[in-house]
Design a protein around this ligand. Sequence first.
Ligand code: PDD
Length: 278
Amino acid sequence: ELTYFNGEFVEPGEKCVSIDDRGYCFGDGVYEVTRVYNGRCFAFSYHQDRLYRSMREMDIPVKMPPDDLQELHEIMIEQSGITDGYIYLQITRGVSPRHHAYDRSKLEPTMLMYIRPIEEDLSKLAAGVKAISLPDERWLHVDIKTLNLIPNILAQTKAEKKFAYSAILFRDDVCTEGATSNVFAVKDGILYTHPANNLILKGITRQMIVTKVAPSLGVTVIEKACSREFIENADELFFTDTIGGVIPITKLDRKPVGNGEPGPVTMRLRDGYEKLLH
Ligand code: PDD
């Protein structure tokens, strides 16, 4: 494990974040999680683009140019010696006495990063996981990867209390995404997922599936808002995220998805994605 804080490497547990940091007080900041595999960041430019977009949308000034950010990621991998893990990066609006409104001219963003190894055996996810459905109670700009994750953490906790891996969120009758991932459905061999608009996070894993893996396997992708009925009657369902990759869902709200086994299209996409990663 190696931690970077505002320009230097710090020891784990060392004091660093101010009690007046707006990230701490308001969740006023953005973050990224990038997978480190074989000693390199997977799809780094995608994460970088999304980070800078989140900062623009949040009106947080960019202090570190893209080349320096990339170099910092590489240094962290090198110095930590971690070849299989992930890098968490967080940029908050900065430190000022607590007042809801911010004054951009008086704030210096806080930047924190750490690299950690992945301890759990992710390969077991290939056997499929359980999901529960929950209402999507988030705000209308979840395309911005902000630190404000209250509805997500409540949904994820509800899911885990029911021994599910995660929750599938529904905004009214529409399946948006997962509590910590994107959601795909397969029906009659065609792949469906919610359009990348303001109602979902445009996941990097999702982008890899839609633009690279599915086309290379000849799988048609339709980006559309799917109803609860459609999701409940899907042949296959899966989650995607940076840490777990493609995760087959074999049970939804106690009912088997398809025949209750990870589906064939899902597993082909999973294999295709793993190949990209390696
Ligand atoms: N979560 N949707 C939500 C709400 C997420 O939190 C995530 C990722 C995704 C998938 O995005 P990506 O494929 O870029 O990881 C979709 C990260 C891993 C997290 O919060 O830890």
